[in-house]
Ligand binder design. Structure first.
Ligand code: NAP
Length: 461
């Protein structure tokens, strides 16, 4: 079909509302919901069922026939039956020859069978044209009309014309077809509804593990230690003080972990002298979830901001301030302003504010609605250059905060470092190695490798 004719078709008024009959095998939940929607959209529907008795649940205007009889009435047959029953279709091979069979099935587990259900159906009925579609839409959403979150319907199949026919039905139902190519894509499409936030698993588990570790670490040093050795009960630190220690530590470490895989990738490429060899699986997976790690880090940083803003409202803080004022009054002596301390506290706050601002900018530009509106170079500029700047500012914020206590013995209760010292290990390592990587003697070969140069080319001319 040429381009003009398709345009003309799109603009031409619809002179005939008559739609082709569609056959649905199976009067189960999905078969009924899809049939109901199709009838609403003007498709005559005929069901192929083991029982031709009409029940109240079946859409009113639909016909119910035996499988062979129903199949003869339509060119498209939707198989709304579980894969384990597909064997019953083999005796119908002749009736189904040349027909378009739409496989909508899902499995209970990822990669449950060696081949996808759609490929299995195509093997059982080689004379039919199998198309995979509709498996990402739920029967409930079809029936209730609440399709907002899942309007997209992945479609794949080896026969282009058959795929077009199915995509036309998808559009007519008010959904959006997305052509995923040949039937080889069916396995991926079938795995799709079984995934539960796949990219979030690693960041969430890592954050939970690290948060629990740092929380217990603070509990031991700030509450248990003070109780045992100083006889002070600071158990209320559990509510705000400890969370406000753990959140910035988590934000800084996770932000550094966003940039660490890039550092590993650069070292591996330099070592191998080529970019054409795959990274190890763990690194590939880590690189793919950098955005999620960054967003979790931003959530921790935001919590740190909120906890810090409520600090003046805390009873413990007002008590401590009051105690300071009273002790000055009792001694009849005003403490002079310590300019060094004033500089340290203002710089610490300023670095934190700037770091957080860039952190928010990174989060906003990673949202699809924003990232779709910037080109690749702009996106890289924000995520890489400004990202490193955010890491530098946040690391400096922590260094200035702890600066004068690093060498003080009171910062090492039970010979353990305070958690802000622990939080600096990964970011400082990332920044130091990144600093080495931007030296021209390292950067030049790395850039050459990334442009396709190889130290020991496999296919030399
Ligand atoms: P269901 O309610 O269990 O219905 C399956 C239908 O298959 C039955 O009603 C029956 O229809 C037919 N059937 C059962 N055993 C059979 C056999 N031995 N031989 C021939 N036909 C048999 O299942 P469903 O929820 O509608 O799901 C159907 C397919 O759609 C599944 O592959 C599922 O993965 C897929 N799907 C479902 C949803 C959903 O939200 N439910 C969403 C996406 C995809 P008759 O009694 O009329 O013969």
């Amino acid at each position: 079909m040429n381009k003009n004719s398709s345009n003309t078709m799109a603009l031409a008024p619809n002179t005939s509302n008559k739609r082709e009959t569609v056959c649905i095998f199976g009067t189960g939940d999905f078969g009924r919901a899809l049939g109901h929607k199709m009838i609403q959209c003007g498709y005559p529907v005929v069901y192929g069922s083991r029982s031709t008795q009409i029940s109240n649940l079946i859409p009113k205007d639909a016909e119910v026939l035996g499988h062979a009889e129903a199949a003869q009435k339509a060119a498209i047959i939707i198989i709304a039956i579980q894969r384990q029953h597909y064997n019953f279709l083999t005796p119908l091979a002749e009736v189904l020859r040349g027909k378009v069979l739409v496989d909508i099935s899902n499995n209970l587990k990822l990669n449950q069978y060696p081949e996808s259900n759609a490929e299995y159906l195509a093997q059982l009925l080689p004379g039919s044209k199998v198309v995979k579609a509709f498996n990402t839409v739920s029967a409930w959403a079809l029936q209730s009309g609440t399709l907002d979150a899942s309007r997209q319907v992945f479609v794949c199949g080896d026969d282009v014309e058959a795929k077009q026919m199915v995509m036309n039905i998808v559009r007519a139902l008010g959904l959006t077809p997305l052509d995923k190519g040949s039937l080889l894509a069916a396995q991926e499409i079938e795995n799709y509804p079984l995934q539960l936030f796949p990219m979030w698993k690693f960041p969430i588990f890592l954050s939970l593990g690290l948060t629990a570790f740092f929380f217990l670490y603070c509990l031991a040093l700030d509450i248990i230690y003070t109780y045992i050795y100083e006889n002070n009960n600071f158990s209320f630190f559990i509510a705000i003080t400890i969370p406000n220690r753990v959140c910035p530590v988590m934000a800084l470490i996770l932000l550094a972990l966003v940039y660490l895989p890039g550092i590993f990738a650069a070292i591996i490429q330099l070592y191998r002298g080529t970019k054409y060899r795959r990274f190890p699986d763990w690194l590939d997976k880590w690189m793919l979830c950098r955005k999620q790690l960054g967003l979790v880090a931003l959530a921790f940083a935001s919590l740190h901001v909120v906890f810090t803003l409520v600090t003046p409202m805390r009873a413990f803080v007002s008590w401590r301030t009051g105690k300071g004022i009273i002790s000055q009054a009792l001694n009849n002596k005003t403490e002079p302003l310590n300019h060094t301390n004033a500089w340290i506290s203002d710089s610490y706050l300023a670095l934190g504010i700037l770091g957080y601002f860039l952190f928010v900018l990174l989060g906003i530009t990673s949202l699809p609605s924003v990232s779709n509106n910037v080109n690749w170079r702009e996106f890289r500029f924000v995520q890489s250059k400004l990202g490193y700047l955010a890491l530098i500012l946040c690391t400096a914020h922590t260094l200035v905060y702890g600066g004068k206590w690093f060498l003080s013995p009171s910062a090492y209760k039970w010979y353990l470092p305070n958690i802000y010292i622990l939080s600096l290990i990964v970011p400082c390592a990332v920044l130091v190695v990144k600093f080495v990587l931007i030296f021209p003697c390292v950067d030049k070969p790395l850039t050459k490798i990334r442009q396709g140069w190889e130290r020991n080319p496999k296919y030399s001319e």
